[in-house]
Ligand binder design. Structure first.
Ligand SMILES: Cc1cc2nc3c(=O)[nH]c(=O)nc-3n(C[C@H](O)[C@H](O)[C@H](O)COP(=O)(O)OP(=O)(O)OC[C@H]3O[C@@H](n4cnc5c(N)ncnc54)[C@H](O)[C@@H]3O)c2cc1C
Length: 383
């Protein structure tokens, strides 16, 4: 399906597709096997102006809109889920909070280098006691002393935490308040007291490094507070709304890759004297995947379009991410089925797509939490 795109959106999609196919696709299987961060690819993406795609040119970015951002993430995830997640997290979780809530000085110091591709950005929300329940789960504290914040606590599952330039950290600055006691603070990774834990061994998305981070009497200047004290939970929710469009796009990319591999294999593989593409059971799986991925694309475009226009998009972003991640899960499942035994082998990429996509049903709001968000927003609007 080709959604009506502007000339600029189409040009960005085509350029990113060409880059992804030429420079990422040939290395994707190796990135998965080696489970090493592909620094060279991100250096090249920086040179291509991709690392600040949605950030205005005044802050070192390319000034593209949300639809172009989603298309770029989709094209990159289509060839490598690992590079796709690292990229989506950098844009939405690393760059966007500083752009949305930062002062001019913070944008100059922290956003410009990220947008120029001089380093990756990260967001540390999740802790051992709280992934879905951030308000109740965040125990990392930031205490004011003179003109510094002293941060103590442990964050989990931080994408690019081990290699990033800066981390937007959700901290408790007022223990007497619930979610209103949370604030977001920019912490340069190389600050004393930032201790990177082990890189997690994951089911998929190898090469996207996920780490624990310990903050041990980590001191940062008072001016690293993002926006206002007590607004951190709100900033996290706004950031996740935007991030969900990116994770939906990532799922769509992986789902498309699975469908494309299925179609190719169905033409090539013969059983009972004819290509399996001629069998209705195979055709139905291809039809379902194609239909669901097109529906996912429309939901992603709807959410991105609303965000572009500055209209509330919480429900639509949740729908886009929920539907796209589950549609891609089914498309990957079908792809393995269509490949038969070959689908279960590492010789073919479909098992990698399946493993890589599984995260999209969990990160930045699990499917259960998203159903809750959608129902809450719909019911709220109905009274
Ligand atoms: C590869 C990877 C990368 C990640 N990157 C980051 C990152 O960069 N930064 C970051 O901060 N975090 C990151 N995360 C963490 C991720 O966002 C959380 O894992 C996710 O939000 C779920 O939280 P949890 O793991 O604590 O699960 P839990 O919240 O413990 O959930 C467990 C189960 O209970 C269900 N559940 C919980 N509450 C409810 C409810 N109210 N109603 C119904 N069901 C419920 C959930 O849906 C889930 O099925 C990453 C995780 C992974 C695996």
């Amino acid at each position: 399906m080709d959604f009506e795109l502007t000339e600029e959106q189409r040009a960005i999609r085509d350029a990113v597709r060409e880059f992804a196919e030429k420079e990422i696709a040939p290395r994707a299987a190796e990135i998965d096997r080696a489970d090493e961060f592909p620094a060279e690819i991100f250096r090249r993406m920086g040179e291509q102006g991709l690392m600040g795609l949605h950030i205005p040119e005044a802050y070192g970015g390319a000034g593209a809109d949300v639809i172009a951002q989603a298309l770029a993430v989709e094209e990159i995830a289509r060839v490598s889920g690992s590079v796709g997640l690292t990229y989506a997290a950098h844009l939405s979780l690393g760059c966007s909070p500083i752009f949305n809530f930062g002062t001019e000085a913070q944008k100059k110091n922290w956003l410009v280098p990220l947008a120029r591709g001089e380093g990756l950005g990260a967001l540390a929300l999740t802790e051992a006691k709280g992934g879905s329940d951030l308000a109740g789960g965040v125990q990392t504290t930031a205490t004011r002393e003179g003109n510094e914040w002293i941060i103590n606590g442990t964050k989990m599952y931080v994408t690019s935490g081990a290699i990033c330039r800066s981390i937007n950290v959700l901290c408790r600055t007022d223990s007497a308040q619930g979610h209103r006691g949370l604030s977001m603070i920019i912490v340069p990774r190389e600050t004393r007291g930032v201790v990177i834990g082990k890189v997690e061994e994951k089911m998929g998305l190898h090469g996207s490094l996920t780490t624990q981070i310990f903050f041990e009497d980590c001191r940062v200047p008072q001016e690293n507070l993002l926006g206002k004290a007590g607004e951190g939970f709100k900033y996290a929710m706004i950031t996740l709304d935007g991030g969900r469009i990116g994770i939906g796009a990532m799922a769509l990319g992986l789902g498309r890759a699975a469908l494309e591999a299925s179609i190719k294999y169905a033409h090539e593989r013969e059983a009972f004297g004819k290509p399996i593409a001629e069998m209705q059971a195979i055709q139905f799986m291809i039809a379902d995947s194609a239909m669901e991925l097109d529906a996912a694309r429309l939901l992603i475009m709807q959410a991105a379009d609303l965000k572009n226009r500055g209209v509330s998009f919480t429900t639509e972003a949740a729908m886009a991410k929920l539907f796209a991640s589950e549609a891609a899960d089914r498309a990957c499942h079908h792809a393995i089925q269509i490949h038969g035994g070959a689908g279960y082998l590492r010789d073919f990429p479909v098992e990698r797509y399946y493993r890589d996509n599984r995260l999209t049903l969990i990160g930045e709001g699990t499917s259960e939490i998203l159903r809750h968000v959608i129902a809450r927003e719909i019911l709220k609007a109905s009274v």
